[in-house]
Design a protein around this ligand. Structure first.
Ligand code: GTP
Length: 369
C-alpha cells in the first residue's frame, strides 16, 4: 500500500520551532515526529511512503533518509507550495500512483484504524473516504456532516464554520487521513496550489465522498499547546507507541544526559546530551537535544529547542517556546506563553545584582550578530 504524506507546510503556528526545523522532523518525545506516523502507517500495511516536501525539504530528507523500518521513503519536492491536493497530482505526474492511495496530513499523531477505513471504502465503493474524529471544540477544524450510511453531506472548512453564530452542525471533523482512488488525483488541476478541503472535497459531495468515524487517539501537533499535549500522551501511554520505558515520574531521559541533583519530572522529555544542573527543576516540559539548564533554574510546561541554554536561577514559565540556540540569562524570566526566536538572548530587563534581583518582572529579548 502506498501513502502520500503531506509534509511541505511552513508550520507557522509552531514557530519559533519551525523556523529552523520543519514540523515533520521536529523531535517529539526524543524522536523525529514523522517516525511515529511511519510506524502507524507500517502497522496498516503501508510499504511505500511518498513524502511531499517543500519548506526545508532537505532537512526532512536528511533526518529520515530513504527507509524507515519496512517502509520505503520517496521524496517529491515542490518547486512552490502546492497546497494539500496539488502534491498528489505532482506525485501522479512524476512517478505514477497505485490504484488506491492513502493521503495523510504530516502533522497528526494517531492510532486511527486505517484497515477499517479501507474496508469501509471498498464496501461503499467510494471515490474518497475521509477519516473523521469527534472533537469537543470544533472551531479549529473542518466539519464533515454525514448521512447515516457515511456519505458526506457537506464540507465546511474551518473558516466557514467559525464565521457562523449557529451551533456547529456536527462534532465530526476531518482527521486529515484519506483513502482515495487514483482517479481523484486525476481531478486535481496540475501546476498550481490546490486544496483538498476547499476545492476537491466540496466538489465531490454527492459523487462518492464518504466519511468513516474512528474512535482512536488523534491529535494534530500543529500548535505548541497540542505539541505538549501529544508529548504528555506519549509519555503516559494514552497513545500507543514504541517509546522506551519512562522513569518513575513518567519522564523520558535520553542517553548522554546529566541530571544529578536536579529534579526532572513529572512528564518531561530530555533529548540526547541535555544537562540539568543541581537543584534545577524541569517539569511537564520538552527539551530537545543539548539543552542546558543552570543550577536552581526552573522550567515548567515549556518547549526548549536544540542547544537552548537557561542560566542559573532563571525561570521559564508555562507555554513558553524557545527557538534553537536561544539563551536565558541567569535570574531572568521567560514569561508564560513567550516565543523566543532562535539564537536570541533573554536578558534581565533590570540589571540588579542577582542577590537583589528577585522578583524579576520582565525580560527583554535581543538577537546577537
Ligand atoms: P500552519 O502554518 O501552522 O497552519 O501549518 P502548516 O503549514 O503545516 O499547515 P496545515 O497545518 O494546514 O497543513 C496540514 C498538513 O498539510 C501539514 O502536514 C502540512 O505539512 C501540509 N501542507 C500544507 N501546505 C502544504 C503545501 O503547500 N505542500 C505540501 N507538500 N504540504 C502542505
Amino acid at each position: 500500500m502506498q501513502a502520500l504524506i503531506l509534509a511541505g507546510g511552513q508550520g507557522t503556528r509552531l514557530r519559533p520551532l519551525t523556523l529552523t526545523t520543519p514540523k515533520p522532523a521536529l523531535p517529539l518525545a526524543g524522536r523525529p515526529f514523522l517516525t511515529f506516523m511511519l510506524d502507524w502507517l507500517a502497522g496498516h500495511g503501508v510499504d511505500e511512503a511518498i513524502l511531499s516536501c517543500g519548506f526545508l525539504a532537505e532537512e526532512v530528507a536528511a533526518v529520515l533518509g530513504d527507509r524507515h523500518g519496512t517502509v520505503r521513503l520517496r521524496y517529491v519536492t515542490e518547486p512552490e507550495p502546492l497546497g494539500t491536493a496539488g502534491p498528489l497530482r505532482l506525485a501522479l505526474d512524476q512517478d505514477g500512483l497505485e490504484e488506491q492511495v492513502l493521503v495523510v496530513n504530516g502533522d497528526v499523531l494517531t492510532d486511527i484504524d486505517l484497515g477499517a477505513q479501507l474496508d469501509f471504502h471498498r464496501r461503499a465503493g467510494a471515490l474518497a473516504t475521509l477519516a473523521l474524529v469527534a472533537v469537543e471544540d470544533t472551531s479549529a477544524y473542518g466539519l464533515v456532516p454525514t448521512a447515516p450510511d457515511g456519505e458526506v453531506e457537506g464540507f465546511l472548512e474551518k473558516v466557514d464554520a467559525g464565521a457562523s453564530a449557529d451551533p456547529a452542525p456536527t462534532d465530526r471533523v476531518n482527521a486529515g487521513a484519506y483513502v482515495l482512488e487514483r482517479s481523484v488525483a486525476e481531478l486535481v488541476p496540475p501546476g498550481r496550489a490546490v486544496s483538498f478541503e476547499r476545492e476537491i472535497f466540496p466538489s465531490l459531495v454527492g459523487k462518492g465522498l464518504f466519511g468513516h468515524l474512528d474512535e482512536g487517539y488523534w491529535i494534530d501537533i500543529g500548535t505548541p499547546e497540542r505539541y505538549l499535549e501529544a508529548t504528555r500522551d506519549l509519555l503516559t501511554g494514552a497513545v500507543k507507541s514504541s517509546l522506551p520505558p519512562r522513569d518513575a515520574t513518567g519522564s523520558l531521559v535520553h542517553p548522554g544526559c546529566r541530571t544529578e541533583g536536579a529534579e526532572v519530572g513529572p512528564l518531561s522529555v530530555l533529548g540526547e546530551s541535555c544537562v540539568v544542573e543541581p537543584r534545577a527543576r524541569v517539569a511537564r516540559s520538552a527539551l530537545h537535544r543539548r539543552v542546558t539548564v543552570g543550577a536552581r533554574a526552573a522550567v515548567d510546561g515549556a518547549v526548549l529547542a536544540d542547544g537552548v541554554s537557561v542560566g542559573e536561577g532563571a525561570h521559564v514559565e508555562p507555554g513558553a517556546v524557545l527557538g534553537k540556540g536561544a539563551t536565558v540569562a541567569p535570574q531572568a524570566r521567560v514569561e508564560a506563553g513567550a516565543r523566543i526566536e532562535p539564537g536570541t538572548e533573554v536578558r534581565l530587563a533590570d540589571r540588579r545584582p542577582a542577590a537583589d534581583a528577585a522578583p524579576v518582572r520582565v525580560a527583554e529579548s535581543r538577537r546577537d550578530g
